[in-house]
Design a protein. Sequence first.
Length: 130
Amino acid sequence: MTGDNRERNAREELARAHTCLDEAHTLGQAHLPYGAASRAYYAVFHAARALLFSAGMEARTHRGVVAMVGEHFVKPGVLDSRMGRLLSRMQRDREDADYLAGAVFTESDAREMLTSAGSFLAEVERILKR
């Protein structure tokens, strides 16, 4: 991955993150908490990929994204550990929202995930502006 590709890929992933967050808000406003939870996770996921691309890295799986962000951004203190835990938790919550028949997501849960996703995106943007 070249420097130009890294920057372009990171920008594209961050734009995708914002689109996913907008979609999550729309679903939340439509009283669809499962969909809002899922799209909020994807906002965080794409923002995390932007971080990885900015450093010339790419993970092949969702769990790989979580692990690589932890190793290369949380562990060295670039990304706050709370954000690392948030990424991991939201990944599990998204799987529950999409696949676990007994999972319950309320509108309050969805609002919390939307707020958390917005915080994660803001933190990633802060890091990428350095």
